[in-house]
Write a protein that binds this ligand. Structure first.
Ligand SMILES: Cc1cc2nc3c(=O)[nH]c(=O)nc-3n(C[C@H](O)[C@H](O)[C@H](O)COP(=O)(O)OP(=O)(O)OC[C@H]3O[C@@H](n4cnc5c(N)ncnc54)[C@H](O)[C@@H]3O)c2cc1C
Length: 396
């Protein structure tokens, strides 16, 4: 989610940290049937319904993702890694840039290292450009970082630091985001629902800040200057709207609603793997410890999509881990809306209702490479949601 009036997860996150919902979003016309949402079914927020807790590391680079080329002897390596909290969102756009660079060498065959969101989209685009493609990777998608993401359209979430990104990066980012958005649209309406739009509600019991007032001080640690580019693509997604009081089941709350593109990761991944294999793609399980091993594959062109793995493999010490954890509650087919409440995000993915705490803001997990799940954090987030669905807060 994003900037004022058009909320990214970051925007919601910040709004929640500020203790209010959205300065700058428009107010829905009271009573207009045009804007009345469907009846909402409560999330069965019980800790014994948690069936999975997953942790992964966002591959963050202060300068932004690395999409450039390097020569390793006779091999042209195109790097495509370091997308922070935006890897799924930007995947098609970033991979389109990488594949353009790769195809300039007119290869009939391309090797892709890595089988996460970036590896698979690079591989599929290289196939569409006419190359035969083999993916080499330690893990296939269901075992990678990409499989443990939240799954929302968050194209500028922890993607760069404003002071470290080069002067041209914002324009490059915009091109990647626009290309990616268009391509994600091609996966709407397919069997299995790899991509879909949902309503997302931001619910707060704090008084909203006035539009003109400066944000109140937050208790979160000082944030780094994470770059925010979402206003460059404001035209792509609907505006967030503040809803009139008492038009939602959230008793006495300040409520806003946005519409969000969601990636149902299990099915999106499955669809991408199928598309790759149907187009004749080959997969080889392999682990590389040094670039010379990649050169030894003897390929003319290699696209390097190793995510956080590039830190060790390419000695890219600018790659910083940003730990993230999601829990999944048993899916409810009648819950088709997302929610942000007291620094907890809930996303009704088809493969489980994702519940994620973002207490601590964008600095949460920064520099932390610990991949051990913390059940207490997951339970706390679910209990926070449970509070919202109690008779005190919920008009049942
Ligand atoms: C909690 C959390 C929530 C997130 N939510 C979102 C979201 O809502 N939206 C969004 O857009 N993004 C989100 N992200 C970010 C997103 O998950 C990442 O940006 C993305 O998964 C990175 O994909 P990747 O393909 O670069 O890396 P990976 O998925 O890590 O894939 C890397 C591949 O390279 C292989 N590899 C690595 N090293 C080697 C080696 N030495 N030898 C052989 N193979 C190797 C791996 O096996 C794997 O196949 C989230 C991240 C986290 C942690």
């Amino acid at each position: 989610m994003g900037e004022r009036g058009r909320m990214s997860r970051r925007g919601l996150l910040q709004a929640s940290l500020l203790g209010g919902v959205l300065a700058g979003c428009s107010t829905a016309p009271g009573g207009s049937s045009f804007d009345v949402g469907p009846p909402l079914v409560p999330i069965r927020a019980r800790t014994d319904r948690i069936f999975d807790i997953a942790v992964c590391l966002r591959p963050f680079r202060p300068a932004g993702p690395r999409v450039d080329t390097e020569r390793l002897g006779d091999t042209l390596v195109v790097h495509n890694y370091g997308h922070g909290g935006s890897g799924w969102s930007l995947s098609w756009g970033s991979s389109a840039r990488a594949v353009r660079m790769a195809m300039q060498a007119s290869p009939s065959e391309v090797a892709v290292i890595g089988c996460g969101a970036l590896g698979l989209t690079s591989a599929i685009l290289a196939q569409r450009a006419g190359a035969r493609v083999t993916i080499y990777a330690r893990e296939q998608l269901p075992q990678t970082t990409s499989a443990r993401a939240t799954g929302e359209w968050t194209p500028d979430s922890r993607v760069a630091l404003a002071h470290a990104a080069g002067p041209d990066f914002a324009a490059v980012w915009e091109e990647m985001a626009r290309t990616a958005f268009k391509t994600h649209r091609d996966y709407l309406g397919l069997p299995g629902t790899p991509v879909e739009w949902i309503d997302q509600y931001a619910v707060s019991y704090e008084s909203p800040p006035s539009v003109s007032s400066a944000p109140p001080a937050s208790s979160a640690p000082p944030a780094m200057d994470f770059a925010a580019y979402r206003n460059r693509i404001d035209d792509l997604t609907p505006k967030w709207r503040r809803l009139p009081a008492d038009t939602t089941p959230f008793k006495g709350a300040s409520v806003s609603r946005g519409e969000i593109m969601v990636f149902n990761i299990a099915d999106y991944g499955h669809t991408l793997l199928n598309d790759f294999f149907i187009a004749g793609g080959q997969f080889r399980r392999a682990e590389f410890h040094a670039p010379w091993q990649i050169a030894a594959l003897g390929k003319k062109v290699v696209i390097n999509c190793t995510g956080y793995g590039a830190r060790a493999l390419w000695k890219d010490e600018t790659l910083t881990p940003v730990r993230g954890q999601i829990a999944r509650l048993i899916p409810q087919s009648d819950v088709r809306y997302g929610l942000v409440y007291r620094q907890v995000l809930a996303v009704p993915r088809r493969d489980g209702i994702v519940v994620q705490s973002f207490e601590g803001g964008e600095m949460k997990g920064y520099g932390d490479a610990n991949e051990t799940p913390e059940r207490a954090e997951a339970e706390q987030a679910v209990m926070t949601l449970a509070e919202l669905f109690s008779p005190v807060r919920w008009r049942g």
